[in-house]
Design a protein around this ligand. Structure first.
Ligand code: BTN
Length: 149
């Protein structure tokens, strides 16, 4: 018979309880960022691939803003702390640009989900001499608009 010391038993129970109770960050749902842009991640498959839509509040163009599709992936590796990394691409439906975002879904100190991201926005330019000015970089912080179901 294997002997388990009371100390180890308490330790295992405490760790187990913490693991069960710690709230996880989920990507699906409605999000708003610090610029006022709205994003919806609608579906995610078993591989962590997802699709959604993005309604930007701002544009680098003079075009009328339209809702645009996004496609992305959540990390495939183990996600013990429930704070997954992810990336997604927005293929703008009203311009010749593409934006790629990469980030991580965190639980903040108040127990709220937050997406910390960095992005690269590639704009179309007329010729190779203009390539140097074609890419913008920045960060966005997203918070959830509605509670995860
Ligand atoms: C374009 O101007 O060609 C397309 C719209 C780009 C909007 C950018 S993407 C990064 C940043 N975050 C947002 O929510 N909107 C801007």
């Amino acid at each position: 018979m294997v002997q388990v010391s009371p100390f180890l038993l308490v330790l295992f129970l405490a760790l187990g309880a913490h693991g069960l109770s710690a709230k996880k960050c989920f990507l699906t749902g409605h999000w708003v960022n610090d610029l006022g842009s709205n994003m919806t991640i609608t579906s995610m498959n078993a591989n962590g691939d997802f699709t959604g839509s993005y309604h930007t509040a701002v544009t680098a163009t003079s075009n009328e803003i339209k809702v645009s599709p996004l496609q992305g992936s959540r990390q495939r590796g183990t996600n013990l702390k429930g704070q997954p990394t992810f990336g997604f691409t927005v293929n703008w439906s009203f311009s010749d640009s593409i934006t790629v975002f990469t980030g991580q879904c965190f639980m903040d100190d108040e127990g709220k989900e937050v997406l910390r991201t960095m992005w690269l926005l590639r704009s179309h330019v007329d010729d190779i001499k203009s390539d140097w000015k074609a890419t913008r970089v920045g960060t966005n912080v997203f918070t959830r608009l509605q509670q995860h179901q």
